[in-house]
Design a protein around this ligand. Structure first.
Ligand code: CA
Length: 227
């Protein structure tokens, strides 16, 4: 649950989105115009902003720049425009993600979760220790028996996600959504290939597993090896 500032001039959409996000357990503050949104940002210090680009008093992109000048709050832009140049402009102006109208509240809620998780991650969490394996999240470094492993960024993210869910079976679908940010697409093959690379770097294989246990037809879990 988060405090969310919704800046949207269309009364019908504003109501729909505000009610929907409240239904997802969020505390929603809304503003119908850009300057009201900026005032609310300062007054209520939300955890995240959902920003409509087409506002009556100011272009959403301009408002985003003004927000960035006073706050590092994560911003998800909601836009009716799907042209590449608009998307690039808002991301360049400091948006963390965007969603194209029309969208479902469930999809927006999923984007919000992902953005909040990412922004939380960037603040750095602690080191996770599982047997001889140490996953140092702030340093993005993994050590096995004290020796630093040479992992790609994706292998690191995958290992960290599994470590955060130590002992739980995580499905490939969840890994695609959480590690690859592909909740509605992506191929299991991507996960399989990265798992096999990760296994090799951890000094194990699918037939002789230690940390990474495949649960056939369900997913994979990270466990502390027995010996
Ligand atoms: Ca609008």
């Amino acid at each position: 649950m988060a405090r969310i500032l919704l800046v949207e001039d269309d009364q019908r959409i504003r109501q729909l989105v505000a009610d929907g996000l409240a239904g997802h357990g969020h505390d929603v503050i809304s503003a119908a115009a850009a300057m009201d949104g900026l005032n609310e940002l300062v007054a209520s210090a939300p955890d995240l902003v959902v920003l409509d680009l087409g506002l009556p008093d100011l272009e959403g992109t301009e408002l985003l720049k003004m927000m960035r000048a006073v706050s590092a709050v994560p911003v998800v832009v909601a836009t009716a425009r799907s042209e590449d140049s608009d998307v690039i402009a808002v991301l360049d102006a400091g948006a963390d993600d965007y969603i194209v109208k029309p969208f479902s509240v469930a999809q927006l809620a999923a984007r919000i979760r992902a953005v909040l998780r990412r922004s939380g991650d960037e603040q750095g969490t602690e080191t996770i220790v599982i047997g001889a394996l140490e996953i140092d999240a702030p340093a993005r470094e993994v050590r096995l028996g004290g020796a630093v492993l040479d992992l790609s960024p994706k292998e690191f993210d995958l290992l960290r996600y599994l470590a955060e869910h130590q002992g739980e079976v995580v499905s490939k679908r969840d890994l695609l959504a959480e590690v690859w940010r592909q909740p509605y697409g992506g191929s299991d093959k991507t996960v399989d290939v990265h798992l096999s690379w990760l296994r090799r770097k951890l000094g194990e294989s699918a037939s002789d597993p230690r940390f990474l246990r495949t649960v056939f037809g369900v997913g994979v879990k990270l466990v502390e090896p027995e010996s």
